[in-house]
Design a binder for this molecule. Structure first.
Ligand code: NAP
Ligand code: ZN
Length: 352
């Protein structure tokens, strides 16, 4: 075991503070990673503030961070895919049971024994796992991804969660070429959804509550933008969408978006508001519409997504911050004031 510097919160009402955590020594299958960048996901904020208490209560101290890019500093004796010096990524999971049907199908995120990167029972050290707001992490090589070397690393980090969480449901929906696709909420997830939907050849429409994001939405790849608080704009395109990806982090009227779908259209939720949404049966019945959910993506699909991004030059649009600004960044995240992901430059932790 060794000590690593990290930023943690002591309770749901606390601010982040600098300190140290314990990491395990690399076992034979492990890779030790020096963390270079870590994205700030809204899930970090939900967890830190214990907003998902009824489903996944938070254990404190909590060190979030599951959009990790770093460099391998040590590899265990049985590690075959990585060596010291390699650029790698770690997303929302660091282990699973490797034997269940979900693991066999490459859907480790649904494994009942999966270990999430933070706030999950730690099989090695007891207590809970600690995430990427830290100088290093030790991970089973089966949950470590190869990171393309041709992309900006600060913008690659958010691909490990925001990227795969939007790539996976869009891929699963089918061939979206020429189809009308909506992305609701232009934040960390939403802006990646726009980039992927555009790259797959869809007609992309952004729904936003923030009129000041309109120009950016077009720059990021949207063909059209609807200000969702404008009833006339919503009405004009009602019933015309094939697929909508809903990334909203807070309570909202989902029926307003179901009404935008055409016959047999699907709306997939990736946003995870803390309170249940009220769904109108009639909104779904007329037009045989469906409502689904999607959770990140499996490890193989995450690698596929990273390789796709390397090929198409896709990264997240990031605002790079030192870790000392993390409390401020959280305040801005709540106000939907991030363009479009904060990425923490972990070199800033060395000065603590
Ligand atoms: P984010 O950067 O804060 O973006 C969320 C966007 O939703 C905001 O930028 C805003 O966009 C819109 N929004 C926020 N509050 C709203 C409200 N009250 N009404 C309408 N729109 C609102 O968050 P994120 O990191 O993209 O995460 C989004 C959600 O996905 C979070 O709940 C997160 O926990 C969840 N998540 C799920 C998964 C998964 O596997 N399913 C993975 C990662 C994250 P506009 O300004 O454009 O309106
Ligand atoms: Zn996330």
């Amino acid at each position: 075991m060794y000590k690593a510097k990290a930023y943690s919160v002591a309770s749901a009402a606390s601010q982040f503070a600098s300190g140290t955590i314990t990491r395990r020594e690399t076992t034979e299958r492990d890779v030790q990673i020096e963390i270079l960048f870590c994205g700030i996901c809204h899930s970090d904020l939900h967890t830190v503030r214990d907003e998902w208490h009824s489903v996944m209560p938070t254990t404190y101290p909590c060190v979030p961070g599951h959009e990790i890019v770093g460099r391998v500093t040590k590899a265990g004796t049985a590690v075959t895919n990585f060596k010291a010096g390699d650029l790698v990524g770690v997303g929302c999971m660091v282990d699973s049971d490797h034997t269940c049907p979900n693991c066999h199908d490459g859907l480790e995120q649904f494994c009942p024994g999966s270990t999430f990167t933070y706030n999950s029972p730690d099989k090695h050290l007891g207590g809970v796992t600690y995430g990427g707001y830290s100088e290093s992490i030790v991970v089973d090589e089966r949950f470590v991804l190869r990171v393309p070397t041709n992309l900006n690393l600060a913008g690659v980090a958010p691909l490990l969660c925001a990227g795969i969480t939007t790539y996976s449901p869009i891929r699963r929906w089918g061939d979206i070429k020429g189809k009308k696709i909506g992305v609701v909420g232009l934040g960390g997830l939403g802006h990646m959804g726009v980039k992927f939907a555009r790259a797959f050849g869809a007609h992309v429409v952004v729904f936003t509550t923030s009129p000041n994001k309109k120009e950016d939405a077009i720059r990021l790849g949207a063909h059209e933008v609807i200000i969702s608080t404008n009833a006339a704009e919503m009405k004009k395109q009602a019933g015309t969408f094939n697929f909508i990806l809903d990334t909203i982090a807070a309570d909202h009227d989902i029926n307003a978006y179901i009404n935008m779908l055409g016959r047999d259209g699907n709306i997939t939720l990736v946003g995870a508001p803390e309170t249940p949404l009220q769904v109108s049966a009639f909104a779904l019945l007329f037009g045989r519409k469906s409502l689904s959910g999607s959770l990140i993506g499996g490890i193989a699909e995450t690698q596929e997504m990273l390789d796709f991004c390397a090929e198409h030059g896709i990264t997240s649009d990031v605002e790079v911050i030192p870790i000392q600004k993390v409390n401020e960044a959280y305040e801005r995240l709540v106000k939907s004031d991030v363009k479009y992901r904060f990425s923490i430059d972990m070199a800033s932790l060395k000065t603590e």
